[in-house]
Design a binder for this molecule. Structure first.
Ligand SMILES: C[S@@+](CC[C@H](N)C(=O)[O-])C[C@H]1O[C@@H](n2cnc3c(N)ncnc32)[C@H](O)[C@@H]1O
Length: 236
């Protein structure tokens, strides 16, 4: 425990977003599905999702992030909340730190905003940029899931509407997995971020998954669950 509790507060660049809030809410709705689970969070940032999973009774917790300060902030948070013994946070790129390991539950709120790498004020460039179509990390994450989920395991992740649910379903189907939307909300997109969005995505999605009212804009954001498909097959 720290004397002043400072380590409970992640640096402002890692402050949880409305995406994290939606993911946390979805986890809270089904605590019985977290209790006793071995869990992984890809892109653990502040560590707050791992802290929630610990509070819901996960048996073990593993986090991965590419940023040193995320690894530090998450480790301190879990330590300060008394979950150190069952939590490990690795620095690394995507699946590389957990080669050969499988989990009951994998959570993720990945960078998947459709934009090239840009400085977004107050955030690391690695926080939300998902490349021109937003899928630069999402696609390898989805392709790696089948090799890291236990039989009967599931993943839960945030998914911007404008990056295409059907594209994700198609990738997952190739591995015997299916995707279900569990919850949908609007998230605000500030003017700076909207200005950085790939023009092709903005043009294609405005009026469908992006809703503009003068200078204000919202995007459809889903929390989705990935499980083995009805046939129960899993590619090796
Ligand atoms: C949108 S943030 C989510 C953070 C976390 N859920 C939270 O609320 O604090 C995405 C996170 O993914 C991390 N990240 C970016 N690229 C990554 C990669 N290639 N492998 C693992 N993590 C990555 C970022 O550093 C960031 O912490």
């Amino acid at each position: 425990m720290t004397d002043c509790g400072e380590s409970l507060l992640a640096p402002s660049a890692l402050r949880p977003s409305e995406y994290t809030a939606a993911l946390v809410h979805a986890l809270h709705l089904e605590p019985e599905r977290v209790r006793g689970a071995n869990v992984l969070e890809m892109g653990s940032g502040s560590g707050v999702v791992l802290a929630v999973l610990a509070g819901l009774g996960a048996a073990s917790l593993c986090g991965i992030d590419v940023e040193d300060d995320a690894v530090l902030a998450g480790s301190l948070l879990l330590r300060d909340l008394g979950h150190e013994a069952r939590c490990q946070i690795h620095k690394g790129d995507m699946w590389q730190p957990v080669k050969g390991r499988r989990f009951d539950l994998i959570a993720a709120n990945l960078p998947h905003f459709a934009m090239e790498d840009h400085e977004v004020p107050g955030r690391h460039t690695t926080w939300s940029a998902g490349g021109p179509n937003g899928r630069r990390l999402l696609d390898p994450f989805l392709r790696g899931l089948h090799g890291h989920l236990e039989d009967g395991g599931r993943a839960i992740l945030t998914h911007n509407g404008f990056v295409g649910l059907e594209a994700s379903r198609t990738i997952l189907a190739g591995f015997g997995l299916s995707l279900h939307v569990t919850k949908s909300v609007f998230v605000p997109i500030g003017p700076e971020k909207l200005g950085l969005m790939s023009p092709a995505v903005l043009a294609a999605e405005e009026g469908t998954s992006i809703h503009r009212y003068g200078p204000y804009a919202f995007a459809d954001m889903h929390v989705v669950e990935v499980t083995a498909d009805a046939r129960g097959t899993r590619a090796c």
